[in-house]
Write a protein that binds this ligand. Structure first.
Ligand SMILES: Cc1cc2nc3c(=O)[nH]c(=O)nc-3n(C[C@H](O)[C@H](O)[C@H](O)COP(=O)(O)OP(=O)(O)OC[C@H]3O[C@@H](n4cnc5c(N)ncnc54)[C@H](O)[C@@H]3O)c2cc1C
Length: 149
């Protein structure tokens, strides 16, 4: 359900970033957790990500980043509390640059692990992280910051 605050936030987001709040943004592979969201935004650039984060901070709306949604511990869903904005990286899927001599690859956060591995293999290198979920899991999800209590 769209709250009035979500409507005000929506009006401040970059044009074209909003997506319908669909089930695929609220679930996780084992069905143990089920999320909620007031809005779903899928930015296309770093600038749009920054604009979404800025607008959410000003509106005091929480953000849940979402890569492939394959995490098994429920980090990609928020079950309770004020409905967040789900920030989906599904449209940021470019491998921007490769420097094989330096062993450096620059990928946007939504590129799948399989995509990163394939790009590295294309220049004779191995990206050495391989998961059963690599066709769906994104590099941003794999590199997310971990909080240690
Ligand atoms: C079949 C299967 C096998 C798996 N095998 C393994 C395994 O061997 N080892 C392992 O560790 N995990 C494994 N997983 C879990 C999961 O695939 C990995 O943790 C994967 O790295 C999650 O990536 P994702 O893009 O799907 O992240 P998501 O599920 O979308 O998100 C995971 C967390 O990262 C945050 N996040 C996502 N994108 C970003 C971003 N761009 N910036 C900041 N935060 C972000 C989310 O908010 C959430 O808290 C497996 C899962 C499945 C379904």
């Amino acid at each position: 359900m769209l709250e009035a605050a979500d409507g005000r936030l929506a009006a401040r987001l970059p044009e074209g970033v909003l997506r319908p709040v669909q089930e695929r943004y609220l679930d996780e592979p084992r069905g143990r957790y089920h999320g909620q969201a007031g809005l779903v935004a899928a930015p296309r650039s770093v600038e749009e990500v920054a604009a979404v984060v800025r607008a959410c901070a000003e509106a005091r709306v929480g953000i849940v980043p979402r890569g492939g949604g394959t995490g098994l511990v429920g980090g990609q869903v928020m079950e309770t509390g004020p409905a967040p904005l789900v920030l989906s990286l599904e449209r940021m899927v470019a491998v921007r640059a490769l420097w094989p001599e330096e062993n450096v690859l620059i990928a946007e956060a939504g590129v799948t692990l399989a995509g990163v591995r394939q790009a590295a293999e294309g220049v004779g290198r191995v990206f050495p992280l391989s998961l059963a979920s690599q066709g769906t899991a994104a590099i941003g999800g794999a590199c997310r910051p971990m909080r240690v209590e």
